[in-house]
Ligand binder design. Structure first.
Ligand code: GDD
Ligand code: MN
Length: 362
C-alpha cells in the first residue's frame, strides 16, 4: 500500500503525549498508508528525543527539529511541505483532536467532495468542552467572529488547528502564508486562489491529555495584529500604528508626570518638563520594546540601556523636527492647531524611521 496521508504534529513540550497518539492514529487508519511528521521547536522537555525514539522502531514516524524558531503555523507549514504523501493533515499533539475523524476527512477530500476537511468545534455535533476555561471559550468565539468578518471566510471554526487537504494545493498556497501565530487554516482559506471548498466535521474538542497550552497573550496579540494588517495594513503599517498608539499613551504619561511635579510638588516648569520628557521617553521605549518590536526585543541590562539611550537620542532629533516644522508652518500663517499636528506627524515619522533602524535594527 502506498503512502497516502502525511499527518503533521507540531509539538512544543508534548513528550508524554506522543507515544499514545501514534497508537491512536494507527487505530484510526490501520497499519499502512500514512506517516507522521513531528515538527518540534526544540522543546526543553525533550519531545524531539522521544519522537526519535519512536521513529527508530517505527519508520512511519519522522522528525523535524527546529532550532531558534517558534510558532505553530510555521511548524505546520514546514511539516506539510516535508511529506511526499498526496494528502496532508495537521492536528494537535496533545490528544485534544480525535484521530478517529481522519478516515472520514480523508475520504471526503479524496472523493473531491471538498478541498479542505476541517474538524470543527462549533458545528452541530461538535463541542468546545475541552477548552481550559470559560474565558478561553469566549475568546475563541470572539476570535472566530473577528476572523470571519475580516477575511470573509464563511466557516464556523476558521481557527481550528485540525484539517486535511491535498498536498499540492497546500504547496501552491504555501508561498503566500504568513506562518505567524496559530492561524494557519485562516491564512490558507483567506489567500487560496481559487477559493477552497470546505466541509466541516463535528469535533468534540477533548481536554488536553498532559502538559499545558501554548496559546498565550502574545499569540492572541499577534492574531489581532494579523487581522489589522489584512484590513488597514496597506494604508498604515501595523508597526507604525502601534508606534503611534504607544506615542499617544506616552503623551498622557508626560502630562501626568508634569502635573505631579509642577502643580502638586511645586517644582519649576523647566525641571518638571525635563523629568516628564524622560519619563515619557522611557515609557515609550519600554512599551515599544515589548509590543511594537516584540520580534526584535532587546533583553538584558546592557542591551536594554543601549537601546534606551539610542531611543532618547532619536526622540530628541524627532522633537527638533517637530518644533521646526510647527514653528515654520505657524509663521507662514497656518492655523496653529494644524501646524502643531503637522509637527507631531513629522516628528513621529522621523522617530519611527530612525528608531526602527538604529534601535531595533528593523
Ligand atoms: N512546533 C511548535 N512550535 N508547536 C507548537 C508551538 C510552537 O511554537 N506552539 C504550540 N505548538 C503545538 C502544541 O504542542 C500542540 O501540539 C499544538 O501545537 C496546539 O497547541 P496548544 O498549545 O495545545 O493550543 P491550544 O489547545 O491552546 O489551542 C487550540 O485551539 C486553537 C483555537 O482556539 C489548538 O487546536 C489550535 O490549533 C487552535 O488554533
Ligand atoms: Mn491543545
Amino acid at each position: 500500500m502506498s503512502l497516502d496521508l502525511g499527518i503533521v504534529l507540531p509539538t512544543r513540550n508534548e513528550r508524554d503525549n506522543l507515544p499514545s497518539l501514534v497508537t491512536r492514529v494507527e487505530e484510526a487508519l490501520g497499519r499502512e498508508g500514512w506517516e507522521i511528521v513531528v515538527v518540534d521547536d526544540d522543546s526543553p522537555d525533550g519531545t524531539a528525543d522521544v519522537a526519535r525514539d519512536l521513529a527508530r522502531s517505527d519508520p512511519r514516524v519522522r522528525v523535524i527539529q527546529r532550532f531558534g524558531r517558534r510558532g505553530l503555523a510555521s511548524a505546520a507549514i514546514e511539516g506539510m511541505c516535508a511529506t511526499a504523501a498526496p494528502f496532508v493533515a495537521v492536528m494537535d499533539a496533545d490528544h485534544q483532536h480525535d484521530p478517529a475523524l481522519l478516515p472520514a476527512m480523508l475520504a471526503a477530500v479524496e472523493a473531491g467532495e471538498c478541498d479542505v476537511a476541517v474538524a470543527s468545534r462549533f458545528v452541530t455535533g461538535g463541542s468546545a468542552a475541552g477548552l481550559a476555561s470559560e474565558t478561553r471559550e469566549k475568546g475563541s468565539r470572539l476570535a472566530n467572529r473577528l476572523a470571519r468578518k475580516v477575511t470573509g471566510v464563511e466557516l464556523t471554526d476558521p481557527m481550528s488547528g485540525y484539517f486535511l487537504l491535498r498536498a499540492d494545493r497546500l504547496r501552491a498556497a504555501a508561498p503566500r502564508l504568513s506562518g505567524i501565530g496559530f492561524k494557519i487554516l485562516l491564512d490558507l482559506l483567506a489567500t487560496a486562489d481559487p477559493p477552497m471548498r470546505v466541509k466541516e466535521f463535528p469535533l468534540e474538542f477533548a481536554a488536553r491529555a498532559s502538559g499545558e497550552s501554548k496559546l498565550d497573550t502574545a499569540v492572541a496579540f499577534e492574531f489581532l495584529v494579523g487581522l489589522y494588517d489584512r484590513s488597514f495594513g496597506r494604508v498604515i503599517p501595523s508597526r507604525f500604528a502601534l508606534f503611534g498608539t504607544v506615542g499617544a499613551v506616552g503623551v498622557a504619561v508626560h502630562m501626568a508626570v508634569l502635573w505631579l511635579l509642577f502643580r502638586l510638588a511645586g517644582e519649576g516648569f523647566a525641571l518638571a518638563t525635563v523629568f516628564a520628557t524622560f519619563a515619557a521617553m522611557t515609557f515609550n521605549f519600554w512599551l515599544n520594546n515589548r509590543l511594537t518590536y516584540r520580534d526584535a526585543r532587546l533583553v538584558g541590562g546592557l542591551a536594554w540601556l543601549k537601546g534606551w539611550a539610542g531611543f532618547c537620542a532619536t526622540c530628541s532629533v524627532g522633537a527638533l523636527a517637530n518644533v521646526a516644522t510647527a514653528t515654520l508652518l505657524e509663521a507662514r500663517g497656518v492655523f496653529w492647531v494644524l501646524a502643531a499636528l503637522a509637527g507631531i506627524v513629522i516628528g513621529s515619522v522621523w522617530n519611527y524611521a530612525l528608531s526602527s533602524c538604529f534601535v531595533w535594527g528593523r
